[in-house]
Design a protein around this ligand. Structure first.
Ligand code: PEP
Ligand code: MN
Length: 263
């Protein structure tokens, strides 16, 4: 169902006035984790001032260590909902278990399936049974074929609003947190009719690589770019090494705007 052979036109998903997959890149910025209302509000104000329409932020965090911050859960979803109303932003947030889906539907606009859950088939089937747009991230060590099949699980249950997100894969390379597989973008665009995002934060794990990788994503035809922004990354409860602060975000976005004008 997700195959280009089944449907030759690009799927366009409309969220909060943004037509994702229609040719102009969509940007999803926001903190790694929702930590407090004030923390998210600062980022939301900056996103809104740029005329952008979406915000990300994790309420349920799939962390490597059980002793690390696990997210605010429902409290985090409530903060996101309030921010969404006050700043006019659509919310993208990760759901990690089918048990949370129903409750989350009232609070969020896009369900993110994280890399660690790309092959959580019960979760894929459960989000497939909703009509919420889904942002599906590529698994840490998933082939493109496995990634496409994960999207197929969702669509086979009836939900056609799926966005794919390349977020880096695990290789022997240690210079970056993961290895951004930039060629996955045109392959996914050829093989499927779905919009394709690139998450420059989790793929690189390096602030100095966010801008060049975002440019590469846009140049190669990505439909959107995701990156993390925190008012004070040094005290962030997750991913403090790689989030942009607000001035860095302003500079990043200005450079991206300049870059896009060349096209
Ligand atoms: C995230 O986007 O919050 C996240 C945890 O990313 P990933 O699932 O790609 O590791
Ligand atoms: Mn993160």
């Amino acid at each position: 169902l997700v195959s280009r052979k089944k449907k030759s036109e690009d799927t366009v998903i409309e969220i909060n006035g943004e037509k994702i997959g229609s040719g102009t890149p969509t940007f999803v910025f926001g903190p790694c984790s929702v930590e407090s209302y004030d923390q998210v509000a600062k980022v939301a104000a900056s996103i809104q001032s740029k005329g952008l329409k979406l915000i990300r932020g994790g309420a349920y965090k799939p962390r490597t260590s059980p002793y690390d911050f696990q997210g605010l859960g429902l409290e985090g979803l409530k903060i996101l909902k309030q921010i969404s109303k006050e700043y006019g932003l659509a919310v993208v947030t990760e759901i990690v278990t089918p048990a949370h889906i129903e409750e989350a539907l009232d609070y969020i606009d896009v369900i993110q399936i994280g890399a660690r859950n790309m092959q959580n088939f019960e979760l894929l089937k459960a989000v497939g049974a909703t009509n919420k747009p889904v942002l599906l991230k590529r698994g840490l060590a998933a082939t493109i074929d496995e990634f496409i099949h994960a999207a197929e699980y969702i669509m086979s249950k009836g939900n056609e609003n799926i966005m794919l997100c390349e977020r880096g894969i695990r290789t022997y390379e240690k210079a970056t947190r993961n290895t951004l597989d930039i060629s996955a973008v045109p392959i996914l665009k050829q093989e499927t009719h779905l919009p394709v995002f690139v998450d420059v934060t989790h793929s690189t794990g390096r602030r100095d690589l966010l801008l060049p990788c975002a440019k590469a994503a846009i140049a190669i035809g990505a439909d959107g770019v995701m990156a993390e922004v925190h008012p004070d990354p040094s005290v962030a409860l997750s991913d403090s090494q790689q989030q942009m602060d607000i001035p860095q975000f302003d500079a990043f976005y200005e450079e991206i705007q300049k870059f896009m004008k060349q096209y």
